[in-house]
Design a protein around this ligand. Structure first.
Ligand SMILES: NC(=O)c1ccc[n+]([C@@H]2O[C@H](COP(=O)([O-])OP(=O)(O)OC[C@H]3O[C@@H](n4cnc5c(N)ncnc54)[C@H](O)[C@@H]3O)[C@@H](O)[C@H]2O)c1
Length: 346
């Protein structure tokens, strides 16, 4: 394809590497350059035959890309997006938007002031199954949504904890896994009004939680429970059911259950449950398998979407505001678990 969108990637760690692969596989994008403070990342620039920079400002001055992906540690997100947004370069920023609400707001206002598109890397929204579920909900196929249940039970092996930051604040399953579920459930069900949560570290005894339960109450009145643990051997998590990452074996189960007055949905093993005539617990309940082809291409879809935003064909699917909402909910979960109180989201 002509006019491929030229994308620079800043920060080539675990996630930056995934983005390099996704850009390589995208038909709409091409890798422009790599930025990393570490010389280790020169090897990737050599592999893809693109320029390497140690500093974003040099890149902007010398060789402006069409778009940039920022995949550096969370505490640097504000600093690392600032010069790109000021230069009017559309920016896909990895999740979470920041490690704190004040700086997240500054990132959003910088993007707004400079009229520059800002996208947040909650890539699950780019999964076709998730789009199909959203469509079905919006068409009213399951009626008014009453309640939802999200499961995120995993067992993280011993070696995973060799990285000591994973045993400390922010490194537990709330910050690593559940943040994605929070974004997804808000995408599907709307704005959250109240949050209540409890956490426990009673099995692993790390400084950070190993298990948490979270109640969300949405503005619409819909209720939702999210149940996360990294110390349960189980098949029910988005990670093990969606097939997005080949690192995880697929279990052909579901992690999301959304119930409405006319029917209910489970996915990623996507089934729609309903009564054929009268709605009644005394009548047979049927299910239809919906279009639920598992997709390994979520990150490529996200890159293609970024290209469409650059070319002004669409607007960001996950905006800075969406990133801020997820961060506020995450913050409220931590506060509620500490205080035992129900927290209102403003
Ligand atoms: N979407 C997802 O599923 C997902 C998964 C993992 C991580 N992430 C997010 O991706 C981001 C990066 O996480 P990671 O696990 O890849 O981290 P990482 O530590 O593996 O990599 C970070 C990289 O950033 C580089 N870096 C640090 N400071 C820099 C600077 N000033 N300029 C340029 N490069 C700099 C480091 O040298 C390193 O190469 C985080 O925001 C994280 O939350 C998202």
């Amino acid at each position: 394809m002509r006019n491929k969108v030229k994308i620079a990637v800043v920060g080539i760690g675990l996630m930056g590497n995934q983005h390099l692969k996704a850009i390589h596989l995208s038909k709409k994008a091409t890798l422009h350059s790599i930025v990393d403070i570490s010389d280790k990342s020169r090897i990737h620039a050599k592999k893809f035959k693109v320029p390497f920079y140690k500093n974003s400002n040099n890149l902007i001055k010398e060789n402006k890309p069409d778009a940039v992906i920022v995949a550096t540690p969370n505490q640097f997100h504000e600093k690392h997006t600032s010069s790109f947004l000021k230069a009017g370069i559309p920016t896909l920023l990895e999740k979470p938007i920041s490690d704190n609400i004040t700086s997240a707001k500054k990132i959003i206002s910088n993007a707004k002031k400079n009229r520059t598109p800002l996208l947040i890397g909650y890539h699950r929204r780019h999964n076709d199954i998730v789009s199909n579920v959203k469509n079905k909900i919006e068409k009213g196929k399951i009626g008014k949504i009453v309640s939802a249940n999200v499961m995120c039970w995993l067992y993280k092996h011993k070696e995973y904890y060799k990285e000591k930051w994973r045993t400390k604040k922010g490194g537990g399953p709330l910050g690593i896994n559940l943040v994605h579920d929070i974004d997804m459930i808000c995408y599907l069900l709307g704005t959250v009004k109240y949050v209540q949560a409890s956490t426990s570290n009673s099995i692993r005894k790390h400084q950070v939680e190993d298990t948490a339960i979270v109640n969300l109450i949405f503005k619409s009145g819909t209720m939702c429970t999210l149940n996360v643990s990294d110390t349960i051997v189980a098949p029910w998590s988005y990670e093990l059911t969606a097939g997005e990452n080949p690192a995880y074996p697929i279990t052909n189960q579901s992690a999301y259950y959304i119930g409405g007055t006319k029917g209910s949905i489970q996915f990623p093993n996507y089934k729609y449950w309903y009564n054929k005539s009268e709605r009644s617990w005394w009548k047979p309940i049927f299910y239809k398998y919906e279009n639920s082809k598992l997709s390994r291409f979520t990150l490529i879809n996200q890159i293609n979407h970024l290209c469409d935003v650059v070319q002004k064909k669409t607007t960001p699917k996950v905006s800075g505001y969406d990133g801020l909402q997820s961060l506020k909910i995450f913050d409220a979960i931590v506060k509620s678990a500490k205080s035992g109180k129900k927290i209102k989201i403003n």
